[in-house]
Write a protein that binds this ligand. Sequence first.
Ligand code: F6R
Length: 614
Amino acid sequence: MCGIVGYVGAKPALEVVLEGLRRLEYRGYDSAGVALVAGDALFTEKRAGKLAKLDKALSAGTPPAATTGIGHTRWATHGAPNDRNAHPHLGAGGRVAVVHNGIIENFSALRAELESAGQELRSETDTEVAAHLIEAEIDKGADLTTAMRQVCRRLDGAFTLVATTCDDHDQVVAARRNSPLVVGLGEGENFVASDVAAFIEHTREAMELAQDQVVTITGEQVLVTDFAGNPSEGKRFHVDWDIAAAEKSGYDYFMLKEIAEQPQAIADTLLGRFTDDGRLHLDEIRLSDEELRGIDKIIVIACGTAFHAGLLAKYVIEHWTRIPCEVELASEFRYRDPIVDRDTMVIAISQSGETMDTLMALRHAREQRAKVLAISNTNGSTIPRESDAVLYTRAGPEIAVASTKAFLTQIVACHLIALYLAQVRGLKYGDEITAILRQLERIPSAVAEVLGTVEPVRQLARELGDVETVLFLGRHVGYPVALEGALKLKELAYMHAEGFAAGELKHGPIALIEEGVPVFVIVPPKGRGVLHDKMVSNIAEIRARGARTIVLAEQGDEAVAPYADELIALPAVPTLLQPLVATVPLQVFSCEMATVRGHDVDQPRNLAKSVTVE
Ligand code: F6R
């Protein structure tokens, strides 16, 4: 939520900052803006709307040459998404420029204080308050870094702030609390940004900052302190993906590229995680075998698509470990006084590792001494850093707002964790685990097979472009897949889409069925006996009431054919792994539906990739 960049070096700052914003635009696209330190003044330009609008405004003018600059792409929280509320915001005298990601919770009181001192604020944002306060500290004699620290100590809430000033040409100062901030370490140049994607073109050496740290960058130096001014250190790391991973590489949309990358993402997530004799070793899980054996309850917390991966985790965890497992939306968990103690393991699933609701839920769990294990796709992000242990998915950067490859790898990670627990607790014989791991190893080629057969799904989306409602039905592990199919369609095609547990059909949802309503049905593998047969009856029931049935079923499933208006054949895989193949056609359908309806697939309205506010 909100992308921020800062640069100091020898290159034209405007180009570096704009390129960084382009790579961060997935974080928010309500407005964009830049500030450059030019001689004795600050130059700013900002526009409501996507980055292209800012580009246009800059091309129409003559921005000054500068080698220090900051930039912002916004997901609006305080104040409408217009030019006035776009970042950067300036202090009262226009000598300090600030960009911000997060929410300053006590901003009303601080604003009232500034107004009663006669300062006039030009926007409705919480950010402008910080800009005024920082400039006021400089007026009293502080340098930019000291001013930033003093102001941060007065702020409540979540924030990454990046500031620069024309009083000192060659520095950018940034601070973080509860929001992401990384430093890019270059040769004669340095960067700050919400995400390494912003500077990966210039350097792959980076540093993550911890909670309540301030960093001052110049071309030659990077200085980290805490909010009290004590010397501190960030954690250095090497970014192991290259620029190609952050490019569309010939695809029309990042989402299409990321859907196509799923076989590789799954294979990478499995890579090196089991030994030649078929045993799992998850080195990153920094919990002792004794601790893992002592767990008597598991609670999975997550939001959105990651929550759907969590719903699937329950099936595999309970099946293989017999440990009771609850799954809860992170935003609900935190506020309901859940029963958690030292023998509870909380699994927090988050692609970005920054989702505020999940972060707050995990803190709540840790306060009650639960052990927290994170599943994340982002090295060094806040959620894994604050957890007791982490299992990284290796999907590579996911840039499209709608999650695809991260989802499938989260499911794989849940399988690995469940099997690992079963192994440590002695609930599965080695050869059983080996057999399941071998099935998992075949999934990348099964997903590739599905990807090779999705053209009819695209065709179907083109045909259904005008419908207003699409429903999704599933049973058992097909139910979270139905929920995920509906979520993807809502967020991308802006249409009414709902997922149901098929068994619930007759308890209400069947009333939605009328002539021609498309219903996707995820059918369990043929070998599932009763489960499979009940689903076939459900298809017959909705078809009898006029539904247009689009049936996803295992290849060669003769029983469903008479009731399927459209049949999407899935490779034969074990039931618990079926979501990994069944989700793919639904992703493709939503993507195509959004295109047919003329929407921006990668940047759906009102959304942002990383939800860093509650
Ligand atoms: C939907 C989607 C979101 C995210 C959710 C959690 O396509 O991407 O629902 O899954 O915002 O995000 P993370 O996994 O980063 O915590």
